[in-house]
Write a protein that binds this ligand. Structure first.
Ligand code: NAD
Ligand code: ZN
Ligand code: ZN
Length: 349
């Protein structure tokens, strides 16, 4: 009889996840089986469970794309990782490896790319299958629960900051100081930027200051453009919008300095109108950014091993997933909730 694992499953969009026992999958040729130690809960998991985006996952599926675990078994032909290695199972895997984007290290936009916890079952489960060519290699000394948020929130914000092309000494504005934002602030500081953090929650802003923001602005009081322009002497050279809100998009363009770049990483459902005159007359670039490459992953993890970036995590068991989703939806998570599978296993023994 196949051994069983606990998993949280989206069976219907917009409904609570079902906690079920499933057979532990076995790795086919070229695959690995990972025993989950930790998995971060990203706002994207909420969008996935709600079916928010034009391309929806096929039901039922297991979300989770910030999984860290130990390789428990390898399929035939696998040589890159070995049993016992600690790996991260990310959002992006696999890509085709031979299209014009893969060839130029833009595998993030490969037309054949698959997504962990979306088109493939993810880390809200005690075990998951992964592709050894696309897993993150977790450096020794980085705890699984601290590494988990870096696998999506970390790499996405590190890449997003680079995509603004802001230079050391210049201003970057980070809109949204949650799971992604609290890491974005730290990456930006480590990259020598001056950081203006924007949120609608004073608690998040206090935390933003604590993790290094030079300036904090509450957008609830109104459009933050005037305040940012005044404090930064003309607007932020780079802007990264992580706030899952269409208003934040519009405000992000407004706080971008002339010739600056506003990078969009948040993914709320819908569209937003672009203030054409402002964008054209101020020569502003609006750019989308989607996670990052495997090299970005290695770089993003290196900041953490060097002690320059540290995820702020709240540990919870898998069984709490529906309460966590509810809190995330209402802005009631301080930074990142990470599902801690090792604690649950210790309790079960
Ligand atoms: P989160 O819920 O942890 O954080 C969101 C933060 O935005 C909260 O602090 C909230 O208070 C703040 N916020 C909400 N409305 C705001 C507004 N109008 N102005 C300023 N701040 C506001 O979410 P997260 O896990 O950080 O994810 C953020 C978004 O990024 C989601 O839409 C997610 O899908 C997306 N995302 C994109 C990528 C990518 O590759 N592009 C990767 C990961 C996540
Ligand atoms: Zn490709
Ligand atoms: Zn994510």
């Amino acid at each position: 009889m196949a051994l069983k694992m606990k998993a949280a499953i989206v069976e219907e969009f917009g409904k609570p996840l079902a906690l079920r026992e499933l057979d532990i999958p076995s790795p086919g040729a070229g695959q690995i089986l990972v025993k989950t130690e930790a998995c971060g809960v990203c706002h994207t998991d909420l969008h996935a469970a709600h079916g928010d985006w034009p391309v929806k996952p096929t039901l039922p599926f297991i979300p989770g794309h910030e999984a860290i675990g130990l390789v428990a078994a390898v399929g035939s032909g696998v040589t890159i990782v070995m049993e016992g290695d600690r790996v991260g199972v990310p959002w992006l895997y696999p890509a085709c490896g031979h299209c014009e984007y893969c060839l130029t290290a833009w595998e993030t936009v490969c037309p054949e790319a698959q997504f962990g916890g979306y088109t493939k079952n993810g880390g809200f489960a005690e075990y998951l299958l992964a592709d050894p060519n696309y897993v993150a290699h977790i450096p020794a000394g980085l705890a699984a629960v601290e590494a988990a948020p870096l696998i999506c929130a970390g790499i996405t914000t590190y890449k997003g900051i680079k995509e603004t092309e802001a230079k050391p000494g210049e201003w970057i504005a980070i809109s949204g100081c949650g799971g992604l934002g609290h890491l974005a602030i730290q990456y930006a500081k480590a990259m020598g930027l001056l950081v203006c953090a924007i949120d609608i929650d004073d608690g998040k802003l206090a935390h933003a200051k604590h993790v290094g923001a030079d300036l904090v602005i509450n957008a609830k009081a109104g459009d933050p453009a005037a305040a940012v322009k005044k404090e930064t002497g003309g607007g932020a050279h780079g802007v990264v919008i992580t706030a899952p809100s269409l208003i934040a998009f519009k405000q992000g363009v407004g706080i971008t300095r002339k010739r600056g770049t506003c990078v969009l990483v948040e993914l709320p459902p819908g569209e937003f109108p672009v203030p054409l005159f402002d964008v054209v007359a101020n020569c502003i670039t609006i750019r989308g950014s989607f996670v990052g490459t495997r090299q970005d992953m290695a770089d993003a993890l290196a900041f953490a091993t060097a002690g320059k970036v540290k995820a702020d995590v709240e540990l919870q068991p898998l069984s709490a997933i529906n309460q966590i989703f509810n809190r995330l939806e209402h802005g009631d998570v301080a930074s990142r909730v990470v599902l801690d599978f090792t604690r649950a296993q210790a309790k079960n023994q």
